[in-house]
Design a protein around this ligand. Structure first.
Ligand code: NAX
Ligand code: K
Length: 242
């Protein structure tokens, strides 16, 4: 976390603009930004989930990372790899068909596969069709902490179908969850859920807080918010720094 400069809350458009500039102008691969994002979130989660534990593998809480089809899911893959390297029992479930994953998310899926980390794509593992509430309840029941890598700033419409059922199961479980970038389903600009949204214990917000986090009732979904800096140089943040 950056104790020095922190950007003001940004809109979804401003955020995606910074992401694009970082990739285009700096020739900074988005995989590197994703690595910084996931590593920062994982380090915070390790402190939240295992505050007193250190140095031994036994007894670390079980982490279930739930990934969506895009780069928010890719962030989840990075979180899983770092927590696994620190000794946490980790499982990753992608709620997207393998051939639907592309770009950085597909890279992270391949890296997890090569790392021998327990991961599955729901459609392949459970057949087509919507997961049932009971199946999802059983999945999240086996975890102590959940990581929400379903949807980030790519959210463009109310959460429907499978992802809606996953969000509802996460909320029903009462398990503590860390949201990556923002709680899945929360509109970054209004701070209101689009249909449904994850009620997180903590939100690791990349680059800057989202405009909507200050809205009435948004903290029910974000929980405690921390900004995780991902290596965007100050020049790209000029004009946004408090
Ligand atoms: N671009 C970058 O440089 C970085 C992006 N990062 C991550 O990338 C995220 C944005 O990734 P993406 O643009 O791939 O999008 P997301 O991963 O947020 O969303 C994935 C896809 O879900 C689909 N979708 C949108 N609304 C939906 C809905 N209601 N129900 C079901 N599917 C829906 C869209 O096709 C979208 O592309 C950020 O929130 C952040 O977590 C980080 O890795 C940091 C670096
Ligand atoms: K999320």
């Amino acid at each position: 976390m950056n104790r020095f400069l922190s950007p003001r809350p940004l809109s979804r458009r401003e955020l995606r603009g910074i992401d694009e500039r970082a990739a285009k102008e700096l020739n900074l691969p988005t995989l590197l930004l994703m690595e910084n994002a996931g590593r920062g979130a994982a380090a915070w989660l390790a402190d939240l989930a295992a505050p007193a534990v250190g140095g031994q593998v036994g007894g670390l809480p079980r982490i279930l990372v739930l990934c969506g089809p895009g780069n928010n899911g890719g962030d989840g893959g990075v979180v899983a790899r770092h927590l696994d390297a620190w000794g946490f029992p980790v499982r990753v479930v992608w709620f997207a068909a393998r051939d639907r994953l592309s770009g950085d998310a597909a890279s992270q899926h391949a890296i997890l596969g090569a790392s021998g980390i327990d991961q599955a794509c729901w459609p392949e593992a459970h057949g087509e069709g919507e997961p049932s509430a009971a199946e999802l309840d059983a999945l999240v029941a086996g975890a102590d902490w959940l990581v929400d890598g379903l949807l980030g700033t790519g959210l463009t419409r109310p959460v429907e179908g499978t992802l809606r059922r996953v969000v509802e199961a996460m909320n029903r479980s009462g398990k503590p969850a860390m949201a990556l970038d923002l709680p899945s389903g929360l509109d970054a600009d209004t701070g209101r859920p689009l249909g449904v949204a994850v009620r997180a214990r903590a939100t690791a917000s990349f680059v800057a807080p989202k405009l909507g986090f200050g809205a009435e009732g948004a903290s029910e979904y974000t929980g405690v918010v921390k900004v995780v800096d991902i290596g965007v140089p100050r020049r790209l943040l000029e004009g946004f720094l408090t």
